[in-house]
Design a protein around this ligand. Structure first.
Ligand code: CA
Length: 238
């Protein structure tokens, strides 16, 4: 089996060497770049399995690098974990909206870094939709999604928690399906508005929070499957 390759874009040498050491000790092949320019040069003829991207860099910013990667067909699908310092929350939100898969705030522990890296790699193959399909097949029916205590009858728009029927509004239902389709990934409030509600209605961040609170309370024992990511958005985690 060939080693999985990770590109680490980071200008702080101490962090860079710690991260490299930890990733290499876990069997990853690590390439490092101290600027976006160097990273993009290397990406011209390499395709790593994952990219760790610091947001604050000399020269090209992390957000600009992210945009370049996501608009380059050859490398657009590579999972990206952004790393931010305190006070860069709004950049994190922009990053997630530009297609970063998850984020980590500095300072972070090496074990959390490894957990995020492994989760992203697991998710990138097979893709979330394929995973959902596999789970549906397990149940030997195309009409159900089953995740832990949750069972969703897609044809009848019906949700069950531990076999008890739960009555959701159509917005709550769409929010739930949107979160499940991106499970493991943080969705910002704006992404949830775009994907579950649509841009034509006037919806504020606060409205999304109200829908989510109501959805959660209806889910009862399955409520913890939807995680609040402070200052950023929500994530379905299972
Ligand atoms: Ca930095």
């Amino acid at each position: 089996m060939t080693k999985e390759q990770i590109l680490v874009i980071e200008d702080e040498k101490d962090i860079l060497s710690m991260v490299r050491l930890r990733l290499e000790s876990r069997g990853f092949d690590v390439f490092t770049a101290e600027s976006g320019e160097l990273a993009l040069q290397w990406l011209a003829d390499h395709k790593p399995d994952l990219i760790l991207l610091d947001l604050m860099l000399p020269g090209m910013s992390g957000l600009e690098i992210l945009k370049q990667i996501r608009t380059n067909q050859n490398i657009a699908q590579i999972p990206i974990l952004i790393v931010s310092a305190l006070g860069e929350e709004s950049d994190v939100v922009v990053g997630l909206e530009r297609g970063a898969d998850d984020y980590l705030s500095k300072p972070f522990s090496m074990s959390i870094l490894m957990a995020r890296v492994n989760a992203l790699l697991r998710r990138s193959k097979p893709e979330p939709e394929k995973k959902l399909n596999n789970e549906k097949k397990k149940e030997d029916s195309d009409d159900f999604i089953i995740l832990g205590p949750l069972r969703i009858d897609i044809k009848r728009y019906h949700v069950f928690v531990e076999n008890k029927s739960v009555a959701l509004t159509s917005t709550e239902y769409r929010l739930l399906l949107t979160l499940i389709a991106s499970r493991g990934r943080v969705l910002t409030r704006n992404q949830l508005i775009d994907e579950a509600i649509g841009n034509d209605s006037i919806v504020t961040d606060r409205t999304i929070d109200v829908h989510l609170t109501s959805l959660r309370s209806k889910l009862g024992s399955a409520r913890n499957l939807i995680e609040t990511v402070r200052g950023v958005g929500y994530r379905f985690q299972l």
